[in-house]
Design a protein around this ligand. Sequence first.
Ligand code: TXA
Ligand code: MG
Length: 362
Amino acid sequence: MKTQILEFNPEWIDSRLLEAAGDVLRSGGLVAFPTETVYGLGGDALRGEVSRKIYAAKGRPSDNPLIVHVGRIEDVDKIAARIPEQARAAMDAFWPGPLTIILEKKPIVPDPTTGGLRTVAVRMPDHPVTLALLRQTGILMAGPSANLSGKPSPTTARHVRADLDGRIEMILDGGPSCLGIESTIVDFTVTPPMILRPGFVSAEQLAYVTGSPVALDPAVFGKETAGKEAPRAPGMKYRHYAPAADLILVEGAEPEHVVRAIGEYVLRAAAEGRRTGVLTTEENRERYPAADVVRCVGSRRDDATVAAGLYAALREFDDLGVDVIYSESFPGGEHGQAIMNRLLKAAGHQVLEAEHGRGHGP
Ligand code: TXA
Ligand code: MG
């Protein structure tokens, strides 16, 4: 099929373009849409056959439930059996925004949309184009990230096209996603509410707004497929966001140690004939002269810039045919938990410790 690309000016949204996208959705087709986190792949959430098409287009296992995107808070009543007080407080405080909430579902939500679960994930995205689309059409849109399964989530329409051209009807280009990593997911069907995936909305913010303690799913930083602790967000069990190259995270007590250790790993890998990449920030970008490819993902002074640049950088390493990527690590900052969760998954939990300024291990 031919994939149509509609370019939007987010400052002045052309409602005729929205109508065209609405036509595709109403006819059961798929439309990739911009959000503030990452691009999503949308289809009518209330039609099971459409959700099956979404899985097929992404090449995604069909037990992995989809997030339903809504344009109005009232829409949640159509699909959720019960909205606890705390969930309502969180929606009021953070929507539209990077927060997905899990609620008990109503029977109207078909099994393929929720991967057969009794619960449904709901989010109101904060992007003028997509909000206008949802509000104008009244459609509830199932939407996973618009990447092929196993690829980093797309943060531009170009990324979506690279993965899904010819596999979906339409891409809405609303410019780059400003946050760059997926929404925080909170399960409100358990007490206390539990974070299944960290994101820009933090546990502290949620606790403040809901007046309740908020737990963190132990699977968030555990190695996947450990077996015992089944992750509550089924999608978290897959090796996600993975670049084609080997990705190795380098941690260390001092940034200095990390820089020196990465320098040594690069030399060693180069000696073995491997093409090397380093993922770094403004602060250290000049310090890896031996690496074939150095990608800077923002500045440590504001780690939101690191989140914003992360997935695009991982895709670039792939495009440039790098064999092994060494990445600095980014714990401790305001968004450190969310960034490290994504990096650890992309690295398949390969972490090296830089000790006393020397690299060791492979
Ligand atoms: O920022 C985002 O959330 C983006 C944009 C497009 O909105 N969407 C996104 O969707 O990241 P996706 O499908 O890539 O990730 C959804 C995650 C998966 O890990 C899935 O397992 C989990 O949400 N999930 C969905 N429904 C769930 C449910 N009922 N219970 C537990 N986890 C659920
Ligand atoms: Mg995804």
